[in-house]
Write a new protein. Structure first.
Length: 580
């Protein structure tokens, strides 16, 4: 009866979750995202899998077959990776022994007359839908030769093993063996295993053998792995590997049967460990709920990473509402997206240090091209990374509607903060790229990218592009609020991927249409400025000014349009539908 109850709860919960996703397809944003995401998966993965099985040689050319090679070397390599996972699980810092349950499960299961083995078995059952989906995806995209079952059963065994190890870490803590002691023991075990591998390779002569080709290299590496000591170490991990990468059907059947027995042994050992995991499970469930809330906040751009970051400047009581909005968004940018600044600084150091250390002009040029490409892609990345504008304030749009400010000025003030941050960072990236190009001693056309004129021209071009990008992304908030905000129940999946692909495609199309008049105007402006300012270094800068002015005019007209649309937003209907 207990097994039947667990099976009923698991299957019914999984069924209801699928039905909920299907009901959401009645909404256009989910239906369109579902279709686009499914098409993306078809053209990127499934179509290649089907084509690779076709009979025509011309179709099969250039198609990469999914799956690891069916060789003993692949089994040995996968066994080593699994051995590392099994050992490193003991070094994990968590030592409370708690298992994550939902609030409803804690309320109904913990007071029930159920043994610990039943609770552990229930947890294994509840993990099966997620394991099944993961195994299905891996069978399609990486382990086709496993025929699904060769991935699913190893996942079940590893899940049981991780449950046992989690309770064992808690038991060791009760015995006085804490995290540091376990870390030292695991380090010693890894060193011992490393010494065994080193001795086997040394005895086989691998260290002193000349290897003429890649095929000979893999053959030489695989030979020491058949030493008795290494085969003993890889005995259990090889059972997992032979299920996922079987050399024959009988081998896979035997491995899967052995893994089911091993999983039962792990669950039995976990149930025998004298660890009261009920209170620890409540704390673990609270931590999991907090982690999920933090992840959802990060996805929505509302997670505060640095809550004590001070304000950039003091706001006067008599300041204009626009300044107050910019002040608020600057504080939000520093506290939410400030982590991007050290990341960009780290990327800049990775490009600068090799450029400073090498004396080869070619290597300096490669680094300069990488920096310039980064500067070209940054406006598109920054518009998504620094979203402290209407995208951040959409859940609180009823407060914005109460501000003493027109919709046009509100939209301009919201866009000002990410545009300011993006422009400053773009100036730094362009300056670094131009300086690196100058140091590479580039000649010809490439020499222009190492001049101050290039930085000026690039800024004249990229800042309006950044403004246009921000206007487009904020237009989605005003015109399609349901696409700009995600409900708390939304999960990751190819539906969300499809929604993002639709938004990205629409963004590129609108940006391209907005740039067409500016490009058309640039052609005559270039020839006119070249005729009147021939030989001057400012020819390109002068010729681009009319196009920049036209693009800024388009941005301003878009802001006026969005401001008028913002005034028409009905908070009780549009935002309510978007959030619920």
């Amino acid at each position: 009866m207990m097994i039947r109850s667990f099976w009923f709860i698991t299957t019914r919960s999984f069924k209801n979750r699928i039905l909920l996703r299907l009901r959401r397809l009645r909404e256009p944003r989910y239906a369109i995202g579902f279709v686009v995401g499914l098409a993306y998966l078809w053209f990127m993965f499934f179509r290649r899998v089907l084509i690779s099985g076709g009979g025509r040689q011309g179709i099969r050319i250039g198609v990469v077959r999914a799956g690891l090679p069916l060789t003993q070397g692949a089994i040995d390599g996968l066994s080593i990776a699994i051995l590392a996972v099994l050992i490193l699980a003991w070094a994990w810092p968590e030592q409370s022994g708690g298992l994550t349950f939902s609030p409803a499960e804690i309320q109904f299961l913990f007071p029930a007359p159920m043994s610990r083995r039943s609770l552990l078995l229930y947890k294994i059952f509840r993990q099966q839908p997620q394991i099944l989906i993961s195994a299905l995806m891996m069978s399609i995209f990486g382990f086709r030769q496993a025929h699904f079952i060769g991935v699913w059963i190893p996942f079940v065994a590893i899940s049981a093993y991780m449950t046992m190890v989690g309770l064992a870490r808690a038991r060791l803590k009760m015995l006085g063996i804490g995290f540091l002691a376990r870390l030292v023991i695991v380090a010693l075990v890894i060193c011992g295993i490393g010494w065994v591998f080193y001795a086997a390779f040394q005895e086989s002569g691998f260290m002193s053998t000349h290897i003429p080709s890649a095929k000979a290299f893999f053959r030489a590496v695989d030979s020491p792995l058949h030493a008795p000591a290494i085969r003993a170490l890889l005995f259990v991990p090889s059972i997992f590997a032979m299920a996922a990468v079987p050399l024959s059907t009988s081998m896979q059947i035997a491995s899967c049967a052995a893994l089911l027995v091993v999983a039962a042994i792990f669950i039995t050992i976990a149930a025998q460990l004298n660890v009261r995991f009920e209170e620890a499970s409540i704390k673990a469930s609270e931590h999991r709920a907090a982690r999920i809330a933090r992840i959802r906040g990060q996805r929505a751009g509302r997670f505060v990473m640095f809550p004590r970051m001070p304000a950039p400047f003091r706001l006067r009581p008599s300041a204009h509402p626009e300044i107050a909005i910019i002040w608020k968004n600057l504080i939000a940018a520093f506290r939410i997206a400030f982590a991007w600044i050290p990341f960009l600084a780290f990327i800049g150091m990775l490009m600068l240090i090799p450029n400073l250390m090498t004396h080869e002009s070619y290597l300096r040029g490669v680094g300069a091209m990488i920096a310039l490409c980064t500067a070209g892609a940054f406006p598109f990345i920054a518009s998504q990374a620094f979203g402290q504008d209407l995208r951040l304030d959409l859940p609180d749009i009823e407060l914005l509607k109460s501000f003493p400010i027109s919709g046009e000025r509100l939209v301009a003030a919201e866009i000002a903060t990410p545009l300011l941050i993006t422009s400053v960072l773009e100036l730094l990236i362009l300056s670094i790229g131009a300086w690196m190009t100058y140091r590479s001693q580039a000649t010809g056309v490439l020499a222009f990218f190492g001049t101050p004129q290039f930085v000026v021209v690039a800024l004249l071009f990229t800042i309006p592009i950044c403004a246009a990008q921000l206007v487009i992304r904020n237009a989605i908030v005003i015109l399609l609020p349901g696409w700009a905000i995600r409900s708390a129940e939304d999960q990751r999946g190819f539906t969300v991927v499809g929604q993002r692909l639709v938004l990205l495609l629409g963004n590129l199309i609108v940006l391209a249409v907005a740039l067409i008049p500016a490009v058309i105007l640039f052609v005559p402006a270039f020839f006119i400025s070249r005729a009147y300012f021939h030989g001057s270094a400012a020819v390109l800068a002068i010729s681009i000014v009319p196009s920049v002015g036209l693009l800024l005019f388009e941005v301003w007209m878009a802001i006026k349009f969005l401001g008028a649309q913002f005034e028409k937003i009905d908070v009780t209907t549009e935002v309510g539908v978007a959030m619920f």
